[in-house]
Ligand binder design. Structure first.
Ligand code: UT7
Length: 334
Protein backbone atom coordinates (compact mmCIF):
# COMPACT_ATOMS: atom_id res chain seq x y z
CA UNK A 1 0.00 0.00 0.00
CA UNK A 2 1.34 3.44 -0.95
CA UNK A 3 0.53 6.71 0.84
CA UNK A 4 -2.88 8.28 0.12
CA UNK A 5 -2.57 11.09 -2.44
CA UNK A 6 -4.78 14.11 -3.07
CA UNK A 7 -4.64 14.21 -6.86
CA UNK A 8 -4.45 11.65 -9.66
CA UNK A 9 -4.10 12.44 -13.34
CA UNK A 10 -2.61 11.71 -16.74
CA UNK A 11 1.19 11.51 -16.69
CA UNK A 12 1.69 9.97 -20.15
CA UNK A 13 -0.34 9.70 -23.33
CA UNK A 14 -0.19 7.73 -26.57
CA UNK A 15 -2.33 6.45 -29.43
CA UNK A 16 -2.26 4.24 -32.49
CA UNK A 17 -4.56 3.99 -35.50
CA UNK A 18 -4.34 1.56 -38.43
CA UNK A 19 -2.51 2.57 -41.62
CA UNK A 20 -5.41 1.73 -43.92
CA UNK A 21 -7.96 4.45 -44.69
CA UNK A 22 -11.52 3.80 -45.88
CA UNK A 23 -13.04 6.89 -47.49
CA UNK A 24 -16.67 7.76 -48.12
CA UNK A 25 -15.94 7.25 -51.83
CA UNK A 26 -14.79 3.69 -51.06
CA UNK A 27 -18.07 3.09 -49.19
CA UNK A 28 -20.06 4.30 -52.21
CA UNK A 29 -18.81 1.17 -53.98
CA UNK A 30 -19.92 -1.10 -51.12
CA UNK A 31 -23.42 0.13 -50.11
CA UNK A 32 -26.12 2.46 -51.41
CA UNK A 33 -24.69 5.66 -49.91
CA UNK A 34 -22.91 8.84 -50.98
CA UNK A 35 -20.03 10.97 -49.78
CA UNK A 36 -22.51 13.86 -49.62
CA UNK A 37 -24.99 12.00 -47.33
CA UNK A 38 -22.28 10.79 -44.94
CA UNK A 39 -20.61 14.20 -44.70
CA UNK A 40 -23.86 16.08 -44.22
CA UNK A 41 -25.43 13.68 -41.70
CA UNK A 42 -22.31 12.76 -39.71
CA UNK A 43 -19.33 15.00 -40.62
CA UNK A 44 -17.23 11.89 -41.35
CA UNK A 45 -14.94 11.86 -44.43
CA UNK A 46 -12.82 8.81 -43.74
CA UNK A 47 -12.00 6.27 -41.07
CA UNK A 48 -8.99 4.02 -40.29
CA UNK A 49 -9.59 0.29 -40.53
CA UNK A 50 -7.67 -2.80 -39.48
CA UNK A 51 -6.73 -5.40 -42.07
CA UNK A 52 -8.91 -8.54 -41.83
CA UNK A 53 -6.18 -10.61 -40.20
CA UNK A 54 -4.95 -7.78 -37.92
CA UNK A 55 -6.30 -8.01 -34.33
CA UNK A 56 -7.28 -4.82 -32.49
CA UNK A 57 -4.94 -5.71 -29.62
CA UNK A 58 -1.99 -4.75 -31.87
CA UNK A 59 -3.25 -1.16 -31.63
CA UNK A 60 -3.66 -1.42 -27.84
CA UNK A 61 -0.05 -2.56 -27.50
CA UNK A 62 1.28 0.25 -29.70
CA UNK A 63 -0.77 2.90 -27.87
CA UNK A 64 0.35 1.47 -24.51
CA UNK A 65 4.03 1.63 -25.54
CA UNK A 66 3.59 5.23 -26.70
CA UNK A 67 1.96 6.24 -23.39
CA UNK A 68 4.70 4.43 -21.48
CA UNK A 69 7.40 6.32 -23.40
CA UNK A 70 5.60 9.61 -22.88
CA UNK A 71 5.38 9.03 -19.11
CA UNK A 72 8.99 8.03 -18.57
CA UNK A 73 7.75 5.20 -16.30
CA UNK A 74 9.29 1.73 -16.68
CA UNK A 75 6.86 -1.07 -17.57
CA UNK A 76 7.93 -2.94 -14.43
CA UNK A 77 6.54 -0.08 -12.29
CA UNK A 78 2.96 -0.37 -13.62
CA UNK A 79 0.57 -1.70 -10.95
CA UNK A 80 -2.57 -2.20 -13.04
CA UNK A 81 -3.63 -2.21 -16.68
CA UNK A 82 -7.26 -1.49 -17.58
CA UNK A 83 -8.28 -1.88 -21.20
CA UNK A 84 -11.59 -0.31 -22.13
CA UNK A 85 -13.15 -2.05 -25.11
CA UNK A 86 -16.45 -3.26 -26.52
CA UNK A 87 -14.64 -5.16 -29.27
CA UNK A 88 -12.09 -7.43 -27.55
CA UNK A 89 -10.21 -9.94 -29.70
CA UNK A 90 -11.16 -12.68 -27.24
CA UNK A 91 -13.67 -13.07 -24.41
CA UNK A 92 -10.70 -14.56 -22.64
CA UNK A 93 -7.90 -13.59 -22.35
CA UNK A 94 -8.72 -9.99 -21.55
CA UNK A 95 -7.01 -7.57 -23.94
CA UNK A 96 -5.44 -6.04 -20.80
CA UNK A 97 -3.58 -9.33 -20.18
CA UNK A 98 -2.34 -9.33 -23.79
CA UNK A 99 -1.02 -5.79 -23.30
CA UNK A 100 0.56 -6.71 -19.96
CA UNK A 101 2.46 -9.60 -21.56
CA UNK A 102 3.50 -7.61 -24.63
CA UNK A 103 4.93 -4.63 -22.77
CA UNK A 104 6.49 -6.63 -19.92
CA UNK A 105 4.47 -5.06 -17.12
CA UNK A 106 5.36 -8.04 -14.96
CA UNK A 107 3.82 -6.91 -11.66
CA UNK A 108 0.63 -5.39 -13.13
CA UNK A 109 -2.84 -6.78 -12.51
CA UNK A 110 -4.96 -6.57 -15.66
CA UNK A 111 -8.63 -6.52 -16.61
CA UNK A 112 -10.96 -5.28 -19.35
CA UNK A 113 -13.79 -2.83 -18.75
CA UNK A 114 -16.75 -2.46 -21.09
CA UNK A 115 -18.74 0.76 -20.88
CA UNK A 116 -18.85 1.14 -24.68
CA UNK A 117 -17.91 4.63 -25.90
CA UNK A 118 -17.87 6.02 -22.33
CA UNK A 119 -15.25 3.41 -21.39
CA UNK A 120 -12.18 5.63 -21.23
CA UNK A 121 -13.67 8.00 -18.65
CA UNK A 122 -15.05 5.01 -16.69
CA UNK A 123 -11.50 3.56 -16.76
CA UNK A 124 -9.97 6.83 -15.61
CA UNK A 125 -12.47 7.08 -12.75
CA UNK A 126 -11.64 3.55 -11.56
CA UNK A 127 -7.90 4.29 -11.82
CA UNK A 128 -8.31 7.55 -9.88
CA UNK A 129 -9.78 5.69 -6.87
CA UNK A 130 -6.92 3.16 -6.71
CA UNK A 131 -4.29 5.90 -7.00
CA UNK A 132 -5.83 8.29 -4.47
CA UNK A 133 -6.34 5.67 -1.79
CA UNK A 134 -2.76 4.49 -2.19
CA UNK A 135 -3.57 0.95 -3.33
CA UNK A 136 -1.73 1.46 -6.63
CA UNK A 137 0.62 4.15 -7.93
CA UNK A 138 0.81 3.74 -11.71
CA UNK A 139 -2.15 2.57 -13.80
CA UNK A 140 -2.22 2.27 -17.56
CA UNK A 141 -5.69 2.85 -19.04
CA UNK A 142 -5.88 1.81 -22.68
CA UNK A 143 -8.93 2.27 -24.90
CA UNK A 144 -8.84 -0.16 -27.79
CA UNK A 145 -11.49 -0.71 -30.45
CA UNK A 146 -11.79 -2.75 -33.63
CA UNK A 147 -15.33 -1.80 -34.54
CA UNK A 148 -14.94 -2.66 -38.20
CA UNK A 149 -14.70 -6.30 -37.06
CA UNK A 150 -18.32 -6.23 -35.85
CA UNK A 151 -19.88 -3.94 -38.43
CA UNK A 152 -22.40 -5.28 -40.93
CA UNK A 153 -20.85 -4.12 -44.22
CA UNK A 154 -24.22 -4.47 -45.93
CA UNK A 155 -26.03 -2.14 -43.50
CA UNK A 156 -25.62 1.46 -44.67
CA UNK A 157 -27.23 2.73 -41.45
CA UNK A 158 -24.19 1.69 -39.43
CA UNK A 159 -21.21 0.68 -41.59
CA UNK A 160 -20.44 4.27 -42.63
CA UNK A 161 -20.07 5.40 -39.01
CA UNK A 162 -17.33 3.34 -37.38
CA UNK A 163 -13.54 2.97 -37.44
CA UNK A 164 -10.69 1.35 -35.49
CA UNK A 165 -8.08 2.82 -33.15
CA UNK A 166 -6.55 2.90 -29.68
CA UNK A 167 -5.44 5.52 -27.19
CA UNK A 168 -3.76 5.21 -23.80
CA UNK A 169 -3.26 7.24 -20.63
CA UNK A 170 -0.63 6.47 -18.03
CA UNK A 171 -2.18 7.62 -14.78
CA UNK A 172 -0.49 8.32 -11.49
CA UNK A 173 -0.19 10.80 -8.62
CA UNK A 174 0.11 14.45 -9.73
CA UNK A 175 0.72 17.79 -8.01
CA UNK A 176 -2.08 18.71 -5.56
CA UNK A 177 -4.92 20.52 -7.31
CA UNK A 178 -4.05 19.09 -10.75
CA UNK A 179 -5.35 16.00 -12.55
CA UNK A 180 -8.96 14.81 -12.27
CA UNK A 181 -10.91 17.54 -10.47
CA UNK A 182 -14.32 15.88 -10.72
CA UNK A 183 -16.05 13.11 -12.59
CA UNK A 184 -19.38 11.41 -13.19
CA UNK A 185 -20.14 7.97 -14.59
CA UNK A 186 -23.68 6.81 -15.29
CA UNK A 187 -25.86 4.24 -17.02
CA UNK A 188 -29.44 3.70 -18.14
CA UNK A 189 -29.89 -0.03 -18.59
CA UNK A 190 -33.57 0.36 -19.51
CA UNK A 191 -32.29 1.44 -22.95
CA UNK A 192 -29.73 -1.33 -23.26
CA UNK A 193 -31.18 -2.65 -26.52
CA UNK A 194 -30.58 0.57 -28.50
CA UNK A 195 -27.07 -0.56 -29.49
CA UNK A 196 -26.27 -4.26 -29.48
CA UNK A 197 -23.52 -6.60 -30.62
CA UNK A 198 -24.54 -10.19 -29.70
CA UNK A 199 -21.86 -12.54 -28.47
CA UNK A 200 -22.55 -15.78 -26.56
CA UNK A 201 -26.36 -15.55 -26.69
CA UNK A 202 -28.51 -14.45 -29.61
CA UNK A 203 -32.22 -13.82 -29.00
CA UNK A 204 -35.06 -13.93 -31.50
CA UNK A 205 -35.10 -10.12 -31.40
CA UNK A 206 -31.39 -9.99 -32.29
CA UNK A 207 -31.95 -12.38 -35.21
CA UNK A 208 -34.81 -10.32 -36.58
CA UNK A 209 -32.86 -7.07 -36.48
CA UNK A 210 -30.01 -8.47 -38.59
CA UNK A 211 -30.28 -9.26 -42.28
CA UNK A 212 -26.64 -10.31 -42.37
CA UNK A 213 -25.80 -14.01 -42.35
CA UNK A 214 -23.41 -13.35 -39.47
CA UNK A 215 -25.69 -12.37 -36.58
CA UNK A 216 -22.85 -11.19 -34.35
CA UNK A 217 -22.86 -7.76 -35.95
CA UNK A 218 -23.67 -4.33 -34.59
CA UNK A 219 -27.25 -3.04 -34.68
CA UNK A 220 -28.23 0.45 -33.57
CA UNK A 221 -31.31 2.63 -33.27
CA UNK A 222 -29.40 5.73 -34.39
CA UNK A 223 -32.25 8.22 -33.93
CA UNK A 224 -32.85 7.33 -30.25
CA UNK A 225 -29.13 7.29 -29.45
CA UNK A 226 -28.79 10.69 -31.13
CA UNK A 227 -31.51 12.19 -28.87
CA UNK A 228 -29.86 10.71 -25.77
CA UNK A 229 -26.43 12.00 -26.81
CA UNK A 230 -27.37 15.64 -27.42
CA UNK A 231 -29.01 15.82 -23.99
CA UNK A 232 -26.60 13.85 -21.81
CA UNK A 233 -23.32 15.37 -23.01
CA UNK A 234 -24.17 18.97 -22.03
CA UNK A 235 -25.88 17.80 -18.81
CA UNK A 236 -22.91 15.69 -17.68
CA UNK A 237 -20.51 18.51 -18.63
CA UNK A 238 -22.44 21.01 -16.50
CA UNK A 239 -22.58 18.61 -13.55
CA UNK A 240 -18.81 17.96 -13.49
CA UNK A 241 -18.21 21.71 -13.76
CA UNK A 242 -20.51 22.31 -10.80
CA UNK A 243 -18.73 19.61 -8.76
CA UNK A 244 -15.36 21.23 -9.55
CA UNK A 245 -16.83 24.72 -8.91
CA UNK A 246 -15.82 25.87 -12.40
CA UNK A 247 -17.64 27.93 -15.03
CA UNK A 248 -17.56 27.52 -18.80
CA UNK A 249 -15.09 30.39 -19.06
CA UNK A 250 -12.66 28.39 -16.88
CA UNK A 251 -12.60 25.57 -19.45
CA UNK A 252 -9.93 25.64 -22.15
CA UNK A 253 -11.23 22.78 -24.27
CA UNK A 254 -14.02 20.20 -24.33
CA UNK A 255 -13.15 16.86 -25.92
CA UNK A 256 -16.41 15.03 -26.55
CA UNK A 257 -16.84 11.47 -27.78
CA UNK A 258 -16.53 11.66 -31.56
CA UNK A 259 -19.62 9.93 -32.95
CA UNK A 260 -21.29 12.48 -35.18
CA UNK A 261 -20.51 16.15 -35.90
CA UNK A 262 -24.21 17.00 -35.57
CA UNK A 263 -24.28 15.58 -32.02
CA UNK A 264 -21.27 17.72 -31.11
CA UNK A 265 -22.91 20.79 -32.70
CA UNK A 266 -26.12 20.04 -30.75
CA UNK A 267 -24.14 19.93 -27.51
CA UNK A 268 -22.36 23.20 -28.39
CA UNK A 269 -25.76 24.86 -28.91
CA UNK A 270 -27.14 23.62 -25.59
CA UNK A 271 -24.03 24.66 -23.69
CA UNK A 272 -23.97 28.02 -25.50
CA UNK A 273 -20.22 27.95 -25.98
CA UNK A 274 -18.07 28.87 -28.93
CA UNK A 275 -17.25 25.99 -31.23
CA UNK A 276 -13.53 26.81 -30.93
CA UNK A 277 -13.73 25.41 -27.39
CA UNK A 278 -14.84 21.99 -28.63
CA UNK A 279 -12.44 19.64 -30.37
CA UNK A 280 -13.61 17.66 -33.38
CA UNK A 281 -11.73 14.98 -35.32
CA UNK A 282 -14.63 12.70 -36.27
CA UNK A 283 -14.06 13.70 -39.91
CA UNK A 284 -10.80 11.69 -39.97
CA UNK A 285 -11.57 8.67 -37.77
CA UNK A 286 -15.34 8.15 -37.66
CA UNK A 287 -16.62 6.73 -34.39
CA UNK A 288 -13.93 4.69 -32.60
CA UNK A 289 -15.95 4.16 -29.43
CA UNK A 290 -13.91 4.42 -26.21
CA UNK A 291 -10.73 5.23 -28.18
CA UNK A 292 -12.14 8.43 -29.65
CA UNK A 293 -11.38 10.68 -26.65
CA UNK A 294 -7.76 9.56 -26.04
CA UNK A 295 -6.95 9.59 -29.79
CA UNK A 296 -8.31 13.16 -29.92
CA UNK A 297 -6.43 14.20 -26.77
CA UNK A 298 -3.18 12.76 -28.08
CA UNK A 299 -3.59 14.87 -31.24
CA UNK A 300 -4.24 17.94 -29.10
CA UNK A 301 -1.15 17.34 -26.96
CA UNK A 302 1.06 16.71 -30.00
CA UNK A 303 -0.21 19.94 -31.58
CA UNK A 304 0.60 21.80 -28.30
CA UNK A 305 -2.99 23.02 -28.02
CA UNK A 306 -3.07 22.66 -24.23
CA UNK A 307 -0.57 23.59 -21.54
CA UNK A 308 -0.03 22.86 -17.87
CA UNK A 309 -2.86 24.33 -15.79
CA UNK A 310 -5.53 24.25 -18.53
CA UNK A 311 -8.87 22.73 -17.55
CA UNK A 312 -10.24 20.28 -20.09
CA UNK A 313 -13.51 18.35 -20.14
CA UNK A 314 -13.64 14.79 -21.45
CA UNK A 315 -17.23 13.67 -22.02
CA UNK A 316 -18.65 10.56 -23.63
CA UNK A 317 -21.84 8.55 -24.15
CA UNK A 318 -22.61 5.25 -25.76
CA UNK A 319 -23.98 1.73 -25.65
CA UNK A 320 -25.44 0.48 -22.41
CA UNK A 321 -26.61 3.20 -22.45
CA UNK A 322 -23.75 4.82 -20.60
CA UNK A 323 -22.27 8.25 -20.15
CA UNK A 324 -19.22 9.69 -18.39
CA UNK A 325 -17.51 13.03 -17.92
CA UNK A 326 -14.48 14.37 -16.12
CA UNK A 327 -12.60 17.64 -15.74
CA UNK A 328 -8.84 17.35 -15.88
CA UNK A 329 -6.50 20.16 -14.88
CA UNK A 330 -3.63 19.37 -17.21
CA UNK A 331 -0.48 18.53 -15.25
CA UNK A 332 1.99 17.62 -17.98
CA UNK A 333 4.60 20.06 -19.28
CA UNK A 334 4.97 20.76 -23.00
O1 UT7 B 1 -21.02 5.89 -30.25
C1 UT7 B 1 -22.20 5.14 -30.26
C2 UT7 B 1 -23.30 6.02 -30.31
N1 UT7 B 1 -23.91 6.10 -31.62
C3 UT7 B 1 -24.22 7.29 -32.16
O2 UT7 B 1 -23.82 8.30 -31.65
C4 UT7 B 1 -25.12 7.35 -33.33
C5 UT7 B 1 -26.18 8.39 -33.13
N2 UT7 B 1 -27.03 8.55 -34.30
C6 UT7 B 1 -26.61 9.17 -35.42
O3 UT7 B 1 -25.49 9.64 -35.49
C7 UT7 B 1 -27.59 9.35 -36.54
O4 UT7 B 1 -28.88 8.98 -36.11
C8 UT7 B 1 -27.23 8.52 -37.81
C9 UT7 B 1 -26.01 9.11 -38.47
C10 UT7 B 1 -26.98 7.07 -37.44
C11 UT7 B 1 -28.38 8.57 -38.82
O5 UT7 B 1 -28.68 9.92 -39.13
P1 UT7 B 1 -30.21 10.39 -39.17
O6 UT7 B 1 -30.20 11.79 -39.56
O7 UT7 B 1 -30.82 10.04 -37.84
O8 UT7 B 1 -30.78 9.54 -40.36
P2 UT7 B 1 -32.00 8.49 -40.36
O9 UT7 B 1 -31.59 7.25 -39.66
O10 UT7 B 1 -33.24 9.19 -39.92
O11 UT7 B 1 -32.14 8.22 -41.89
C12 UT7 B 1 -32.58 9.23 -42.80
C13 UT7 B 1 -32.61 8.61 -44.20
C14 UT7 B 1 -33.34 7.28 -44.25
O12 UT7 B 1 -34.00 7.18 -45.49
P3 UT7 B 1 -35.58 7.49 -45.60
O13 UT7 B 1 -36.22 6.49 -44.68
O14 UT7 B 1 -35.75 8.90 -45.15
O15 UT7 B 1 -35.85 7.27 -47.04
C15 UT7 B 1 -32.22 6.26 -44.22
O16 UT7 B 1 -32.56 5.05 -44.85
O17 UT7 B 1 -31.27 8.35 -44.64
C16 UT7 B 1 -31.17 6.99 -45.03
N3 UT7 B 1 -29.81 6.54 -44.73
C17 UT7 B 1 -28.80 6.69 -45.61
N4 UT7 B 1 -28.75 7.20 -46.85
C18 UT7 B 1 -27.55 7.19 -47.47
C19 UT7 B 1 -29.36 5.95 -43.60
N5 UT7 B 1 -28.05 5.70 -43.74
C20 UT7 B 1 -27.68 6.14 -44.97
C21 UT7 B 1 -26.46 6.16 -45.67
N6 UT7 B 1 -26.44 6.69 -46.90
N7 UT7 B 1 -25.33 5.67 -45.16
Amino acid sequence: MNKKVKSAGIIGIGSSVPEKTLTNKDLEKMVDTSDEWILKRTGISERRILEKEEPASTLAIKAAKNALRSSGIDASEIDLIIVTTDTPDYLTPATACMVQGAIGAVKAAAFDLNAACSGIVYGMTVAEQFIKNGYYKYILVVACEGLTKVVDWEDRNTCVLFGDGAGAFMMGPVEDGYGMLSSEIGADGSSCKLITVPCCAITEDDLQKRAHENKRVLWMNGKEVFKFAVTIMPEATMRVMEKAKLKLEDIKLIIPHQANKRIIEGAIKRLQISKEKVYTCVQRYGNISSASIPVALDEIVKACKIKKGDNIVLVGFGGGLTWAATIVKWSMNG
